[in-house]
Design a protein. Sequence first.
Lengths: 224, 417
Amino acid sequence: MIEVKNLVKSFKDGERETRVLKGINFSAKAGEFIAIMGRSGAGKSTLLYQMSLLDEPTSGEILINGKEAHLMSEHEKMLFRLSEFGYVFQDYALLPELTALENVALPLIMQGASRPAAEEKATAALTRVGLASRLGNLPSQLSGGEQQRVSISRAIAHEPDVLFADEPTANLDLESSATVMDIFKELHAAGQTIIMVTHEEEFARFAERVVKLDDGNIISDQPR
Amino acid sequence: MFSLLNIRVGFYLALRQLRRASLWTTGLIVFVMLLTFLNLVVVTGILVGLIEGINESYRTQYTGDVIISALSTKDYIEDTPSVLAFVKTLPQVSMLTERYQAGGTAEANYWNRTSNEKPNATGVQVIGINPVEEDAFTKLGSHIIEGSYLAEGDYDQILVGKYLLAKYAFGEQPGLTPLRDVSPGSKIRLTINGAVREVIVKGVVGSKIDLLAASVFLPAAELRTIMGRSDQNVKQIGIRLTPGSDPIAFKNLLLASGIGEKAKVQTFEDSIPNGVADIKNTFAMLGNGFSSIGLVVAAITIFIVIFINAITRRKFIGILKGIGISGRAIEISYIFQSLFYAIIGSAIGLVVLYGVLVPAVAAHPIDFPFSDGILVAPLFGTSVRILLLVLTTVIAGYLPARMIVRRNTLDSILGRN
């Protein structure tokens, strides 16, 4: 499904060049739940951003379902992110002036769905994560755990091929974190491909495969 | 691409941003747009209205809608009775006034002047009027600032324009020697065509029309006697038309009847000196210049407002792009927001303009020293200005949104520079 070959990502700061990813080779199959782990600065989030087409690698190849994603135009990448991927960010990344329902419905509308159809799907997605009673609430009226569940609903409402999650529990208390991970577990059980970055071992346990990074290199890639 | 889908999503986003924005912030931006709109329309409107006020005063206080006057080669309108008889038969005529006119000299304080003292005298234009007819036509009586208006049957009594009196004349003016120490009740020696008549000042005319403020008025019958005229030929006939009648069409009708061979026929606009039209155009240009500055200020205001809005929402713009919302849809959402500010500001401006300002200024003209200024705001001109304001606002809203939207998606999400 996703294949990464010799992926290099460098950042330039004046004359100094920092290599964050140093020739990564990695692949993810459909239906897998992969946890990418590593200490701070290991390059795990950077790898996620490259694979999810939020950033451009310095060199290397990214193949998604056989398509050379690294050669796509910005517009093609945008369409890919809209229809094939779902994102869960560490800080929920909800739009503050949109209600929970509107936040979830927006990408569906962008895909061309009518407003009622989009809202119907969004309601179903929010119900799936236990937020049926919070549809009309703004993010500011929701707890951190609830906001993250809205974020997950937004990511899955359009039934993406891959769900990318960047430290989805980092800002949550233990109880909310457990709820989020339970949702991921259910999604995975239903066949959803999930690639999650985390630095917490206890949540990595939910994944079926753990990839560990250190200093821009994969140091282990094992089924759990 | 301004595709329908992008427009739909842009509208969806804009509507929600506006609905949930701070009421104070929205109110303040709309208020700025309202002020900009008023600046665009009212500044030019008042500058043009200042001159239009002169035109209107000229029409209401002097010429009427159409004026028939003596040819430049004649002292009077030939065969005035037949001209009047014809004009009175026309259904468009609602009212008219006849005036005699003669040049002369007015001298005050002549009885106590020593032989080597310079006379307290000035050259004047004397206008002979029927006081009742003239007051009905021009409301001359309402422009008396001292003393009182002429009554029917008054004899040896005159009205003096304020510019002929030293106490009302402003500054030294070459060639003008206004009369000193003259008030209602003062005796004046009037000399016309060599005939001398001692008259009493009954009132002072304070009109802002120079022609009236620099003239002497006395009953027509008395002026005819002084001038030694036995005919009924007058110098001017002012005509007021019924509402809705077209002065140009009426003028053409008179010319077609042959009156043009005996007299000069002009609409009130024709009779206004050319300089006034030039000043009007100059003021309109000045007004447009000031308005352009206002427009630039509005554009900068909207640019700053949208730029600050977009830059503080940069992270969310990044998220929107990250989850696949097109940059164009985000830009369009800002265009819709700018449109909202411009349209609401202009709509309130229209209500304020046509509901309050125009009627208020029409009822209480602005008291300029040389005119009663009105507010000229023709609907077409206002529409053009609204269009200009909306266009400027849309561009000023689009540019900063585009600047922010074009930034790297991930940098925006992570807040990196």
